[in-house]
Each structure stands twice: as C-alpha cells, then as structure tokens.
Ligand binder design. Structure first.
Ligand code: SF4
Ligand code: SF4
Length: 394
C-alpha cells in the first residue's frame, strides 16, 4: 500500500515550507517503521515567484525502499493524493504547470474519501465556489491561518510547518500519527511549543472537516490540460515554437504569450479606479507581464489571466486609491474591469470600493517583517472626465 501526499505551495515564496513539510513526513513515517521518500515536481526547474508548485511525499507500511521508489520516484506528477495540502488558499482557483497547458483544479488529484486541506480564513462554502466538482465524496478540511509567504529561498518560521504536520495527521493518520508528529518535533527541536502547535492544528482540523458530496463544487471552466508528448514538439522533439512578437496599441492589442498565462500565480489582484486615473502610463510601462492594454479613451485595462499579482502597478501608480491590491478570492472571473467601467461608471466605482474594503495591506521591503494594515482613504468619484491630481501620501 502507498499513501501519497501533495503539498501545493507558491514558488519561491513557500519553496522551503513545501520542502520541509515533505521531508518531515518522511522522517516521521520512518520513525513509525514505514518506508517513505519525498520529491518536488519542480525541484529540477527554475521556479518563478508565486507559481503554483508541488512537493510530494510517499509513505508505505509494507513496500521496500526499492519498490516504493520504482512505483513513485520517476514521475513528474502524482497519480492520486490521499492528502492534498494547500498552503495558500488563493490556489483553490486553480493551478497551472510552469509551461502553460491550462488551469487544473486544486482537487484534481484528491482520491475518493481523500482529503483536501487548506490554510485559510474562509469557510468551506467560500472555497467550494472555486473548486471543481468531483464524481465522488472527499473531505475538505480548513486550518485557520494566512499564507506563510517569505522572500526568495527564505523560510518563515511561524509554525505553519508544524501546524501542517498536525493537519495531515488529522486527515489521514495512516500517513503519520499525531503522537509521532509531537515526538519528532520534541526530539528534533526540544521546543514544546512546536509540538503544541501541531496538536492544536490536529484538533482544529478534526473540528473543521466537511464531507464534500458530488453535488458540491463547480463545473470546471477550463479545458483539462493534456501535456504534449516529447515527439510532438518540432524537430525530433527538441524545439518549442518561439512566441510570435508584435505590438499594436489598442484595446487588447498588446503582444503576450498565449501559451504562458501566469494568472494563477497571484494571491492578490490590482483593482483600478479608472475615474482617478491621470493617464500617466506608468502601470502600462512598468508591469513586468504586459498586463495593461491601452484603450481608445487613454486608460489602461488589465488582462487578469496574465497578471501575477506582483504589486508593481499599485506601487508605481501616483494617484491615491487608483490601483489597490485585493484578495484574489474576492473575484470569480477574469472579465475586463475597463469594460465594466465603460458600461456603468458609477456601478463600477461602487463594485470596486466593495471589493477593496476599508483596509489596505502594506508589505515591508525587508523579508520577515510581515505586513501591516492601514485604514483606507476614501476618494470620491471623479466622473466629469477632468483628471485631478491626488498624489499619494507615502
Ligand atoms: S500586479 Fe500589476 S504590475 Fe504586477 S503583473 Fe499584475 S498588472 Fe502587472
Ligand atoms: S499608473 Fe495609475 S494613474 Fe497612471 S495610467 Fe496607470 S492607473 Fe492611470
């Protein structure tokens, strides 16, 4: 028998978190007398900021090391997961591999009666608005918390690692038991609060687990991706066609790589108040992913399928409240905000302000200093078409 765990994490920002959880599972399972190993799907490829990535852990009570490795070791993906852990809840909207072949459902690999565990402050139904319907029942467990994001290759020691181990033990004790998790953490660190964090997460996960039926979830809106075979690439399987390059100003006129949409990399998206825009061009100029489309009326629409949520446009926009980053789970589609604005300018402002809420998040430029929340400044509508400067207070 083989038990399989996948850890869905954000590239770079959660790289070490994913790796540590995978290796902890191996160490704990080994202490329980099982055979186990872990690997990462992208461990031999460069990761990009925020890209959904996976680490895997495989555990068997009865196979030899060679048998387990032969079965699970040489694959780029997992066949099915007994537990699928999601350490940033915005990934419930779907994940894509690094060479874009469509968006996959976050529960794609969860097997019948398996468990999907999400670190989140949302409830089960809020998450199921984005998760694909399955043809069988499975369990959805939530563990209260925020995505533990850190800088490049840096690990943020905020007990998320220990809490995830407790949650996995709660969802499937056949992988690791909570007793073995506590013992391992105590032996390894001599710090009781780490074992306590795992135990608290274990109890919380048991309390917050729901059976998801075949009726719950959504019809998956994306085509199920099929990875091309190596021999389907050109010239004997070694040439990937180059991206045609072109540039044309106009709505939807910017050149982008249709085969490499990065939209699932974002945890927040920029919301633009077009009535406050002074048409300075900075968002369009500075967006590293070419997401802004110049429009006929001199504004800049956003194509969210390409937006990675990097915050740059919000940082460079000189106008107060003109571009604000908002939690990605507040949005159910990638429709054009500019078209919404043109159709119903007042309604758009109301919609945008509701999405933005009354708190703004600011991240420190120094890794590990966390984020701070500030009250939003309310800026009245400016629909007369006369740009007014409201320079940002930094
Ligand atoms: S957050 Fe802004 S700058 Fe960054 S990718 Fe998205 S649109 Fe471009
Ligand atoms: S940076 Fe702000 S003000 Fe400048 S064009 Fe973009 S949205 Fe408008």
């Amino acid at each position: 028998m083989i038990k399989r765990v996948e850890v869905n994490y954000r590239g770079i920002f959660q790289k070490n978190l994913g790796k540590y959880i995978g290796s902890d599972i191996v160490m704990i399972a080994s202490r329980m007398g099982k055979v186990a190993f872990s690997n990462g799907r992208y461990s031999d490829s460069p990761e990009r900021n925020g890209i959904p990535c996976k680490y895997f852990a495989f555990v068997s009570p009865d196979l030899s090391e060679e048998e387990l490795e032969a079965e699970c070791g040489a694959k780029m993906d997992i066949d099915e997961a007994d537990v699928s852990l999601v350490v940033d809840d915005s990934m419930v909207k779907g994940v894509e591999p690094w060479g874009w072949h469509g968006v996959r459902a976050i529960n794609e690999k969860v097997r019948e009666k398996g468990g999907l565990v999400v670190i989140t402050r949302k409830d089960h139904n809020d998450l199921l608005k984005f998760v694909a319907r399955k043809p069988f029942t499975y369990r959805l467990a939530t563990l209260e918390g925020d995505a533990s994001l850190s800088g490049m290759w840096v690990f943020k020691d905020d007990l998320t690692r220990e809490r995830c181990l407790g949650a996995i033990a709660a969802v499937d004790p056949g992988i690791i038991s909570i007793g073995a998790v506590e013992e391992y953490l105590l032996d390894k660190t001599k710090e009781k609060y780490r074992a306590d964090a795992a135990r608290e997460a274990y109890d919380a996960t048991l309390r917050n687990t729901k059976m998801v039926s075949q009726q719950e979830g959504i019809d998956w809106p994306y085509k199920i991706p099929e990875l091309p075979k190596w021999h389907e690439f050109e010239e004997g399987g070694v040439v990937v066609p180059a991206v045609p390059r072109a540039f044309e100003i106009g709505p939807r006129g910017q050149a982008r790589n249709e085969m490499f949409k990065r939209g699932t990399s974002k945890t927040q998206r920029p919301v633009v108040r077009f009535d406050l825009c002074i048409k300075c061009t900075l968002c369009w100029l500075d967006c590293p992913d070419g997401c802004f489309d110049p429009t006929d009326d001199g504004l800049y629409d956003i194509h969210y399928e390409y937006c990675t949520g990097c915050h740059k446009c919000a940082a460079v926009c000189p106008e107060t409240e003109c571009i604000v980053m908002v939690d990605e789970l507040q949005f159910e589609d990638n429709s054009s905000p500019w078209e919404h604005h043109k159709r119903d300018p007042e309604g758009y402002i109301k919609w945008a302000e509701e999405k933005k809420g009354n708190q703004r998040v600011h991240y420190s430029h120094v890794t590990g200093e966390g984020m701070e929340f500030q009250e939003a400044t309310t800026v009245p509508a400016n629909l007369e078409g006369k740009p007014k400067r409201r320079a940002k207070v930094k």
